[in-house]
Design a protein around this ligand. Structure first.
Ligand SMILES: NC(=O)c1ccc[n+]([C@@H]2O[C@H](COP(=O)([O-])OP(=O)(O)OC[C@H]3O[C@@H](n4cnc5c(N)ncnc54)[C@H](OP(=O)(O)O)[C@@H]3O)[C@@H](O)[C@H]2O)c1
Length: 320
């Protein structure tokens, strides 16, 4: 077996991350799983062995994320791979939901919690001999991609919503909430965040990736909230996209791709984006891909990082 790597992963209690974590554990790597709470850990992590560690942090609460990072920093154990995989969407719902600090939930969990982890845990990554960061993004960040063309396209505008702080429904400052666009925007933030990190840490490989459309047969998983908003429509969507048109990737394959990026890819310092694109029904190709034009804009990336840092700091200070 290759040398055991120390992997810290968010979003391993379900779906793609759960399958990947299981695979990495079976291969003998040393995992730390970040799970939202004790109950969720008990329900979903029945497979783990005693060498795998579970730490609790609800990513919708920046204070819990900050406390988690403080614990890890105190232990001073280097991190070989930081895998930022947790994510949610609640497309189909009309009203925004809010994190503990009053930030729209998709942005708070998918982007801000992960930027906070990156900022705080960077010293532990840099202590490792061959560190890497892997970020689960999505092709929907790109308005010209298949998924990105459906509904309102991703776009952060001049970041007016982020600039105005907690309480904004949309990053671009628009007042009308659009849950589907909020998700696309959060994934655009993931790509910009990764590129800004790579620019500022030239020794660090940063890999963002897109798994393709993954629709589980079970009632839980990624489409659980959308199913609550529109049970019939979402069931039909699942059957048509997955079973008739064969547009989807399986959880197992997507989890294997994530495992590959974490453990096998010969990652060079700098940023790369891999996409698992549909080439024809039932067939995907996983390859390095150019992110959207907006995702490659260095000025937006720098400003997004700065404003996110500011919002995180303000939100944490308000808790004191
Ligand atoms: N499925 C797709 O079609 C698709 C396509 C493109 C990209 N992605 C991305 O792939 C990643 C994994 O998605 P998936 O399909 O595996 O979905 P999933 O089965 O719903 O898994 C999402 C994971 O994120 C965790 N999470 C969500 N909110 C959290 C919170 N507040 N605190 C802590 N953990 C939280 C979930 O924890 P709980 O189990 O406690 O909820 C779960 O472990 C996400 O980043 C998603 O955006 C998915």
């Amino acid at each position: 077996m290759a040398e055991a790597r120390r992997v810290l992963i968010t979003g391993a209690s379900s779906g793609i991350g759960r399958h990947a974590a299981r695979r990495m554990e079976q291969e003998g790597h040393r995992l730390t799983l970040i799970c939202r709470n004790h109950q969720r850990a008990a329900e979903s992590l029945d497979w783990i062995d005693p060498t795998t560690r579970v730490l609790e942090a609800d990513l919708a609460d920046l204070e819990q994320v900050d406390t988690l990072c403080a614990t890890l920093l105190q232990e001073q154990e280097p991190i070989d791979a930081l895998v930022l995989n947790a994510g949610l969407q609640y497309a189909g719902h009309r009203q925004p939901r809010w994190s503990r600090q009053g930030i729209e939930l998709t942005l708070a969990v998918n982007h801000l919690a992960h930027q906070l982890m990156l900022m705080r845990l960077l010293p532990l990554l840099l202590q490792a001999d061959e560190p890497r960061v892997v970020i689960t993004a999505s092709e929907v960040h790109n308005p010209t991609s298949g998924g990105g063309r459906v509904g309102s396209p991703a776009g952060l505008g001049d970041l007016a919503g982020l600039r105005s702080g907690a309480g904004s429904a949309m990053v671009d400052g628009k007042e009308r909430f659009d849950a589907d666009k909020a998700y696309k925007d959060s994934k655009l933030c993931n790509l910009l965040m990764g590129q800004e990190l790579a620019r500022n840490q030239p020794r660090l490989p940063v890999i963002a990736w897109s798994p393709g459309l993954v629709i589980p047969r079970s009632q839980d998983g990624f489409f659980r909230e959308s199913r609550r908003a529109n049970p019939l429509g979402q069931t039909l969507f699942g059957v048509v996209a997955r079973d008739l048109l064969r547009l989807t990737e399986s959880i197992e394959n997507a989890g294997d791709l994530l495992t590959r990026l974490v453990l096998q890819l010969n990652a060079q310092p700098g940023f790369q984006y891999w996409s698992n694109s549909l080439t024809r029904p039932g067939q995907h190709r996983f390859e390095p891909t150019a992110p959207s034009a907006e995702a490659c804009d260095p000025e937006t990336a720098t400003e997004l990082w700065r404003l996110s840092d500011h919002l995180i700091a303000t939100a944490l200070a308000d808790q004191c």
